[in-house]
Design a protein around this ligand. Structure first.
Ligand SMILES: *[C@@H]1O[C@H](CO)[C@@H](O)[C@H](O)[C@H]1NC(C)=O
Ligand SMILES: *[C@@H]1O[C@H](CO)[C@@H](O)[C@H](O)[C@H]1NC(C)=O
Ligand SMILES: *[C@@H]1O[C@H](CO)[C@@H](O)[C@H](O)[C@H]1NC(C)=O
Length: 387
């Protein structure tokens, strides 16, 4: 017995030594939208598009210069990369020759549903970038020969994949087209199905660790609050001051997504599928702003913007000449009215890594497999009667 314990602790010691945080994952890949984008949108978008030009003060907190991130600094996936000692992911559109440690396929404004649908149904009065989830997966597959230079077998067994966030933009387009809550809600199963298909496609290509973020509470975004304020009545707002109908759909999306991921876990028991909660970390800050160093009166205001109740002004968006940022972005939840501050993303990323905002937390998804490994090895030892 004592010897078995000794063996187990030796094994634990060795396994921990080999698979420390900084060497557990050897690469990181992510499709996604503007919450994850590290530069694709600005490379793909027509520079004449005035919204989100990514000019200073973007990047003011961490990089000290604009990087193509729609944030004052790092985004969630950057904090995840740092945790595992990986480089901060480059945007795939930079066409870097070194993709062995990962690439970021996320594009600001990306939808889950293919853009053909929005074009055919004439729901959107402007041209969308062709960068939906399925298109991004196509880019990933095109790059596979460069990623897997030593062959496809085991290429992704130590890779960490994210799928998303997706859905916010789809629902946003539908809300802006004047759809009712029931109508927007009716698209949730379609959006979730596309996300689930993407997870399955990655698993079929060898992915084992897949993190799937849900939707944030978009009904609390300064842009949404400002642009819908003339449509909204007192009873449309919740106790925080967020729009109920928009958050209802976000929560419904998260509910349907979680159920679908539960089902996938049964179907692929070898995979480690994590649901990353993008909703409750933000709500927990908004419900108790002072606890996070955010003034009550700033909780629903953007740090960088051109005035108004929510500091969102369609004709004076962050990055435009003369539009300035707050002095200290760590005291704000929203950076530019649409995207979050680095401080918010860091809080979310920590909740995804260690809990409570992930099911299971990414770090425990890892140790679970480690325990499995130990159990397998110790049972092998027992069966070969070493003790
Ligand atoms: C990378 O390649 C794509 C497709 O060929 C192109 O559209 C894009 O502009 C390139 N990126 C840069 C930074 O040149
Ligand atoms: C978007 O790109 C995909 C893959 O490259 C292509 O099959 C599709 O036709 C394109 N859609 C539009 C609307 O351009
Ligand atoms: C919005 O920006 C425009 C252009 O800079 C400015 O004229 C207007 O006063 C701003 N509105 C508010 C509410 O600050």
């Amino acid at each position: 017995m004592a010897l078995t314990l000794l063996f187990s602790s030796l094994l634990l010691f060795c396994l921990n030594g080999v698979s420390s945080d900084s060497s557990y994952f050897t690469s990181l890949f992510t499709p996604g939208d503007s919450y994850f984008d590290t530069g694709n949108f600005l490379i793909m978008a027509d520079p004449a598009i005035p919204e989100y030009n990514g000019n200073p003060p973007y990047g003011m907190t961490f990089f000290g210069r604009p990087t193509g991130r729609l944030c004052d600094g790092r985004v969630t996936v950057d904090f995840i990369a740092e945790q595992f000692g990986l480089p901060l992911l480059q945007a795939s559109m930079l066409n870097s020759s070194d993709v062995s440690k990962g690439v970021n396929f996320a594009v600001g404004g990306a939808t889950a549903i293919d853009i053909d649908f929005y074009e055919r149904s004439k729901l959107v009065p402007y041209k969308l970038l062709n960068s939906s989830l399925t298109v991004q997966l196509g880019w990933f597959e095109e790059l596979m020969p460069e990623i897997c230079t030593a062959g496809r077998r085991y290429c992704f067994s130590n890779a960490l994949f994210f799928v998303g966030e997706f859905g916010v933009k789809d629902y946003d387009l539908l809300w802006n087209a004047g759809k009712t809550e029931d109508e927007v809600r009716s698209y949730v199963p379609k959006v979730v199905k596309i996300i689930v298909m993407a997870v399955e496609r990655l698993i079929s290509e060898g992915a084992i660790y897949v993190v799937v973020p849900g939707n944030p509470p978009n009904g609390c975004s300064p842009i949404v609050l400002a642009t819908r304020s003339s449509l909204s009545r007192m009873e449309d707002y919740d106790h925080i001051g967020c729009l109920r109908d928009i958050n209802h759909v976000a929560r419904y999306h998260n509910f349907v997504l979680r159920e679908a991921l539960d089902h996938l876990r049964g179907k692929y028991p070898h995979a480690r599928i994590v649901f990353a909660d993008f909703y409750n970390p933000i709500i927990s800050i908004l419900e108790n702003p002072s606890h996070f160093g955010v003034a009550d009166s700033d909780a629903l205001r953007a740090c960088c913007g051109g005035g108004g109740q929510y500091n969102w002004n369609t004709s004076a968006i962050c990055g435009m000449p003369g539009v300035s940022a707050c002095k200290d972005p760590t005291t704000y939840v929203s950076w530019d009215g649409v995207h979050y501050t680095e401080a918010t993303y860091q809080y979310i990323a920590n909740g995804w890594l260690y809990g409570p905002f992930a099911d299971p937390p990414i770090m425990s998804a890892i140790s679970y497999t480690r325990e499995d490994l130990i159990k397998n090895i110790t049972s092998n030892i027992r069966s070969s009667r070493i003790y």
